[in-house]
Design a protein around this ligand. Structure first.
Ligand code: DP6
Length: 337
């Protein structure tokens, strides 16, 4: 038997950040993200007859072998009982490619693991139609936490929240009530520096263990998530901006105040943030920023603000505050091709 599965899953940008985990990839707090559409991973998996008793597995990233990530993927697949028959019975060839440059600093593990989990679950047949997405989300989480949110769009939350039905630490769920103001959001990713990160997210999550502010941070994030649910429903830009920017700065504050402290922001990160805040003060336009675990800035704005945001972006480019810009926007989650 030969089988071929091809899927496409997007990246996502957290508005309320997942930072700190325990047990088997369980979050210390709830998080909530905007699903993207232009930044995605396409993964094809080819299952064919084995020629020996040995494991036959290869992982190609954009046509070339990537031993390090391939090993992480293999270890992940081996740990999931749902995939054990596929691994023991077939020769497996995975081909993955990103739509965005590797150097862009966009978290590629989210789209990568969402796509791998979906392709393998689809091939395994170990699901029912009603629970397919939930199972993809759960399995994606076991590969990379943020990946579980890439299943749904335009917004998804992950982590049990008192008072919000259906939320879970095991998988993400879509945020259902979205005001028109937030239905068509844009994310212009301002690349300040395209070098790979110096400290991985896994190390960063680890540093939340024994962090002096950990408990207060986890509580704050849960409160922000609850507030974000009502903000997305009411359409309140002011509250949206406050939560999103406070979250971005708190994430970096956690890194700067951990026992092994570190700093990922660059001088241009600060400069660009200050300019965005000043521009908003002067114009009252609902344009704000968030940060990932890196120096690059995600400029967030509703599609009605496209022209206004472009003025700001053009200035950053002209002044060489940013190297380049990747334009993205709200998305609907992954698909099986
Ligand atoms: C700052 O999902 O990359 O982007 O579970 O170890 O793979 P692992 O971590 P990862 O962490 C993402 C951290 C973040 C915030 C977020 O996406 O919520």
């Amino acid at each position: 038997m030969e089988q071929h599965v091809k899927v496409k899953f997007p990246s996502n940008i957290a508005l309320v950040k997942y930072w700190g985990k325990h047990g088997n990839q369980l979050p210390c707090n709830a998080s909530l993200s905007l699903t993207l559409s232009n930044a995605f991973t396409e993964t094809s998996v080819h299952f064919s007859e084995k020629t020996s008793k040995e494991t036959e597995f290869s992982y190609l990233f954009e046509g070339t072998e990537n031993a390090k990530f391939g090993q992480r993927v293999f270890n992940y697949l081996q740990q999931q009982p749902e995939f054990s028959t596929l691994l023991s019975d077939f020769a497996i060839q995975i081909d993955s490619a990103n739509s965005f440059p590797h150097s862009a600093g966009i978290a590629s593990s989210a789209s990568a693991f969402a796509s791998i989990a979906a392709a393998f679950l689809k091939a395994s047949g170990n699901y029912s139609e009603e629970n397919f997405q939930q199972e993809v989300s759960r399995l994606a989480r076991l590969g990379s936490g943020s990946a579980c949110r890439s299943i749904y769009g335009p917004y998804a939350s992950w982590g049990k929240l008192d008072g919000i039905n259906g939320t879970s630490d095991d998988y993400a769920t879509p945020v259902l009530e979205i005001h028109d103001n937030f239905k068509t959001m844009r994310d212009a990713i301002l690349i300040v520096e395209s070098e790979p990160k110096k400290v991985s997210s896994s190390v960063g999550h680890g540093l939340m263990k024994g962090h002096p502010f950990a408990e207060a941070r986890f509580q704050q994030a849960n409160t922000h998530c609850l507030e974000m649910f009502s903000t997305l429903k009411s359409g309140d830009f002011e509250q949206f901006i406050q939560i999103v920017e406070r979250e971005a700065l708190t994430l970096h504050a956690m890194m700067m105040t951990s026992l092994d402290y570190y700093l990922l922001m660059k001088p241009n990160t600060i400069h660009v943030i200050e300019q965005i805040m000043q521009f908003r003060k002067d114009t009252k336009f609902p344009i704000c920023f968030t940060l990932d675990a890196g120096p690059n800035i995600h400029l967030l704005y509703p599609s009605t603000m496209q022209k206004e945001a472009q003025l700001l972006i053009d200035e950053f480019l002209a002044n060489k505050n940013v190297e380049s810009v990747l334009y993205d926007q709200h998305g609907t989650g992954g698909i099986i091709l």
